[in-house]
Design a protein around this ligand. Structure first.
Ligand code: ZN
Length: 132
C-alpha cells in the first residue's frame, strides 16, 4: 500500500476512533455522576472510594467492551496497530491486498471480500446473519 494511502486511512481511523470514544466517554461521565451521587460528601470515608472507583471502572469497562462502540474501538485500535506494523490492508486469510475501495468503506477490515464471505459461510447457520 502507498504511504499516502496509509496516511489517509490512519486519519480516517483516528477520526472514527474519536467519534466512538466520545460516545464511550459519555458513558463514563454518566458513571462518574452516579459515583458522585453514591459517595456524596462522605469524604471521611475516602478509603472506601478507591474500592468504589475500581468497581465503577470495571463496570464501565465491561459496558464499553460489551457495547457496539467499545468493540468498534477495539477493531480500530487493531487496524491502527497494523498501520504501525506495516501489515495494514493485507487480508488475514489469503494475505492479498484488500482493495482500497473496500477499506474506504470499512477502514478496519481484516479480510478481503472473498475471504470475508468464506468466513461468514463457515459460521453455524443460527449465528449467520441472513439477508433473506
Ligand atoms: Zn483474502
Amino acid at each position: 500500500m502507498k504511504k499516502t494511502d496509509l496516511k489517509k486511512f490512519k486519519q480516517l481511523l483516528l477520526q472514527k476512533r474519536e467519534t466512538m470514544t466520545d460516545e464511550i466517554s459519555g458513558i463514563t461521565s454518566r458513571f462518574d455522576a452516579t459515583l458522585k451521587e453514591k459517595t456524596g460528601d462522605l469524604s471521611s470515608h475516602s478509603y472506601h472510594m478507591a474500592d468504589q472507583g475500581t468497581d465503577a471502572m470495571e463496570r464501565e469497562m465491561a459496558f464499553a467492551r460489551g457495547s457496539k462502540s467499545g468493540r468498534f474501538v477495539h477493531h480500530i485500535d487493531a487496524a491502527l496497530k497494523r498501520i504501525e506494523d506495516g501489515t495494514y490492508g493485507k487480508c488475514f486469510e489469503c494475505e492479498k491486498d484488500i482493495p482500497v475501495a473496500r477499506l474506504e468503506i470499512v477502514p478496519h477490515a481484516r479480510f478481503c471480500i472473498s475471504c470475508k464471505e468464506a468466513e461468514e459461510k463457515k459460521k453455524p447457520p443460527n449465528i449467520k446473519k441472513s439477508k433473506r
